[in-house]
Design a protein around this ligand. Structure first.
Ligand SMILES: [Mn+2]
Length: 409
């Protein structure tokens, strides 16, 4: 149906509904003045149908004809973001699964413009990550300075954004997240989601459950928050409740969840009991303080050893001293170094099947974009670990000997 026709029908539909609605009101605004909530109104906008412009995908045949493969938008081989049309890590662009397959892409990065945070701004994170004012963010190259592995050997692509609707109840964006993650999983590439807020993890989990079956993928969850709060805000799932719905609806098992960095004012006794009953593997900041980071890291790595891993990394898991630009800050937390070590170690030890870095709020970052640059380095460290594993490194605590001893020692 074309847009004009749907607009006409929408108008007619609303007009008809004004006269035929069986019930008049739910006690709030009368339905005749609130077509969006009349349960019998056939013209209620469904966010995924063509009446909603924010979900209409572009007709790709509008572009120039080209063979499937990567598209390099920039004139120069080399240069930081501000010299270029910005993409994630300066990577070339892929638009379709055929592009990913033709170029044998290893890492398909994509952005999310979802924006439901306590302090909103995550919707801007993907674009900010493409255009950090950071001398290092030139095209994907450069050795990981801990393990001496060149991440430029991975074939990377910027796969565009997975969500367009920034105004809606963010549940409606989850279909798009699911579709894009599924598209990428259908190739040999690893989906790496960048930006947005934590609700999107639900779309990752449903796509992974569809591909691998529930229970096959371990979820490593770095966060100050446990994110298994009950439904609320008129939603089944929001950025603090997605694990609860995922477990309750059978998308994952509670025992698939491995949490690191929990602290602050939640969970309460009821939810902590739910976490225990559902066998979540949690590592509170209390455990890190009591036993030390090294011990908890070793424990976590042994718990997930041998499993496929989906990493969902909330930037507020890191101490706000290192990551001030987040949607819901909590004092204390992982240091930047601990976070970098964790993602690198996971990349080496485990088969990473998906990853996602969220809750970065660039509006609250400092002038030097400290949080954004840390998120960039976390992504690079994960990729370093993944490439290290491909090159035969097996010890998650491996260090490049060249970087441990200098010539005069
Ligand atoms: Mn959080």
């Amino acid at each position: 149906m074309n847009t004009f026709l749907s607009r006409v029908l929408l108008t007619v539909g609303i007009a008809v509904t004004f006269n035929t609605s069986a019930s008049e009101s739910d006690g709030g605004i009368p339905y005749k003045w609130a077509p969006w909530k009349d349960p019998e109104n056939p013209m209620i906008l469904k966010m995924t149908d063509e009446k909603d412009v924010l979900f209409q995908r572009r007709d790709q045949s509008m572009g120039a004809k080209r063979e499937p493969g990567l598209f390099y938008p920039n004139r120069y081989n080399f240069g930081p973001n501000w010299t270029a049309i910005p993409t994630f890590l300066g990577a070339p662009i892929a638009q379709t699964p055929e592009d990913l397959k033709a170029a044998k892409v290893d890492i398909a990065m994509f952005g999310m413009s979802i924006g439901d945070q306590v302090l909103p701004g995550g919707r801007f994170a993907a674009q900010q990550m493409r255009s950090l004012i950071d001398y290092m963010s030139y095209p994907p190259q450069g050795e990981d300075q801990f393990i001496g592995v060149d991440i430029g050997k991975l074939v990377m692509a910027d796969y565009g954004n997975a969500t367009a609707n920034w105004m809606a109840d963010n549940q409606v964006n989850l279909d798009e997240v699911h579709k894009i993650v599924s598209e990428i999983l259908g190739t040999d590439a690893i989906p790496v989601g960048i930006g947005g807020t934590h609700i999107q993890s639900y779309g990752f989990m449903t796509a992974l459950a569809e591909k691998y079956g529930p229970g096959e993928v371990a979820i490593v969850h770095v966060d100050a928050h446990y994110d298994a709060y009950k439904a609320g805000a008129g939603r089944f799932v929001h950025n603090g409740s997605f694990f609860k719905l995922a477990v309750d609806s059978g998308v994952i098992k509670g025992s698939d969840i491995y949490q690191v960095g929990l602290r602050g004012t939640t969970p309460g006794a009821y939810d902590l009991n739910w976490m225990r009953e559902n066998k979540l593997n949690f590592h509170f900041q209390a455990e890190i303080e009591k036993y030390g980071w090294d011990a908890v890291l070793v424990k976590l790595l042994s718990e997930v050893k041998g499993r496929k891993v989906y990493l969902t990394f909330d930037m507020d898991g890191v101490d706000p001293a290192y990551a001030p630009g987040v949607g819901s800050q909590d004092p204390d937390g992982l240091t930047a170094g601990q976070a970098i070590q964790l993602v690198r170690a996971l990349g080496i030890q485990n088969e990473i099947v998906a990853a996602e870095f969220n809750e970065y709020n660039p509006l609250l970052d400092d002038a030097h974009q400290t949080t954004g640059i840390l998120m960039d380095r976390l992504i690079r460290s994960l990729l370093g670990g993944i490439q290290g594993r491909r090159e035969g490194i097996t010890d998650p605590m491996y260090y490049d000997p060249e970087r441990l001893v200098h010539a005069n020692q």
